[in-house]
Design a protein around this ligand. Structure first.
Ligand SMILES: [Zn+2]
Length: 436
């Protein structure tokens, strides 16, 4: 079959069927149970004469890896996705999250975007390479991974530590990027080239304990209150990284006011005007320290001698834990004890010719749209592959209409993917492999 003979209508129907089946396999993590999804994918691959490896570091926590040989003229390209999903509360959904309903031109279900939809696009791209007899210059590796949503230690993390030869690649395509971002009447496609790094803090404050009938004014509760107030009211200093700057400058072509975000004197004002949209911009311009859990006290009538606050810390690329601690101390003072949990990693992918091709590929399905580099405030499996020297681009192309903002669907209720998006995404990933 030649390339021009690809029947794209049939590809769409096939992709829709695969995704519908995958959405009906509940892989909520915890507990994960990715084995059923891996076995489903393995069956499809086996029918095409591709023998995948199933790897199960813990019972039912299965990852799948398949490889198609290239011409050996360059290193492999890795298409990596995860088959686990975050849990869903059916009460919040218009369609049941694990039914795979088709309605309003979309396939509905937990994982439609994050990221079984992408896994299916990657699978289709791989199958098309097989069927058309395409031989890219490097091998194509397809990895459907377990456990991403709970930290990846039983998925990508395990593979990188124990069987790196199966996943080591020259370049990887992964999640968070390639969706439509509507700004000021223009369409942008952020492609993740870097992500922040987690740095969890446990902040402990201490003071006199005592009887609940007698007020303690400067005890642990008061100090915890001061820490929480400082961390939730104040921002850590602005750091304009190259990726965030490129992203904001590109968006500013549609919304010139966004340029103020890059100016320490004006940033606060611009963020205030952005309302809820400010959160995403603040996250890519600052180290962040968000209190998420608090514990202390043993009885209603006992003033506790200590209170512990868990802080979800996230570092910008290039920032160290020491930099971060200095910034946090400047807000909360020196008295609190701070314990740090941090594994440094560096995930930045170059904005080179490989990156440049995404613009041409996106224009094929959305003429006039613009690809922009993106810094993700969260973390993905990209950080594990980075340890092998493999840069990851978040490129899971889906054209979304203005009424379907990606960030409300990602981990949110009514997650869904336009059927047409599943086709354009499969075709776009196939284009990447054609050019590889
Ligand atoms: Zn994901």
């Amino acid at each position: 079959m030649s390339v021009t003979a690809v029947d794209w209508e049939a590809v769409r129907d096939e992709a829709v069927q695969y995704l519908q089946d995958l959405l009906r396999i509940d892989t909520s993590n915890p507990p994960g149970n990715e084995r059923a999804a891996a076995e489903y994918l393995a069956e499809i691959l086996a029918r095409e004469g591709i023998a995948p490896r199933l790897i199960e570091p813990a019972p039912r926590r299965t990852s799948l890896i398949a490889r198609l040989p290239g011409r050996g003229e360059r290193g492999p390209i890795l298409l990596q996705g995860h088959t686990d999903v975050v849990p869903a509360d059916p009460a919040e959904w218009s369609h049941p999250p694990f039914a795979g309903d088709i309605a309003d031109g979309c396939l509905w279900g937990r994982g439609a975007l994050d990221m079984k939809g992408t896994v299916v696009m990657q699978l289709m791209a791989l199958l098309l390479v097989r069927r058309t007899g395409l031989r890219p210059r490097g091998d194509v590796i397809f990895a459907a991974l377990a456990d991403e949503e709970a930290g990846g230690r039983l998925g990508a993390g395990w593979l990188v530590d124990h069987v790196p030869e199966l996943v080591r690649a020259e370049v990887a395509l992964g999640e968070v990027g390639g969706f439509t971002l509507h700004v000021g009447g223009h369409r942008f496609y952020p492609v993740q080239v870097a992500e922040k790094v987690g740095c969890r803090l446990t902040v402990t404050v201490r003071g006199d304990s005592g009887h609940g009938s007698q007020p303690v004014r400067d005890g642990a509760m008061a100090k915890a209150g001061a820490v929480l107030t400082a961390l939730t009211r104040e921002r850590l200093p602005l750091h304009v990284t190259p990726v965030a700057e490129a992203f904001i400058r590109a968006l500013a072509r549609a919304e010139p006011g966004l340029l103020g975000l890059l100016d320490p004197a004006r940033e606060g004002q611009v963020l205030a005007e952005l309302g809820k949209d400010a959160r995403m911009f603040e996250a890519i311009l600052h180290n962040t320290a968000v209190p998420t859990m608090i514990s202390g006290g043993s009885a209603a009538n006992v003033v506790p001698g200590s209170v512990r606050i868990t802080v979800d810390g996230r570092l910008l690329p290039g920032q160290t834990a020491a930099d971060f601690l200095r910034e946090v101390r400047a807000l909360i003072g020196d008295e609190a004890e701070i314990e740090v949990q941090h594994t440094p990693s560096h995930t930045e992918a170059p904005r080179d010719a490989f990156f440049a091709q995404f613009q041409e590929i996106v224009e094929e399905f959305d003429p006039g749209a613009m690809v922009v580099p993106y810094l993700l405030s969260g973390i993905t499996d990209a950080r594990f592959f980075a340890r092998l020297g493999t840069p990851t681009y978040g490129f899971a192309p889906v054209k979304l209409p203005p009424g379907m903002p990606f960030w409300t669907l990602f981990h949110g209720a009514d997650e869904r993917i336009p059927l047409e998006g599943l086709l354009t995404g499969s075709r776009a990933l196939y284009r990447v492999l054609e050019r590889y």
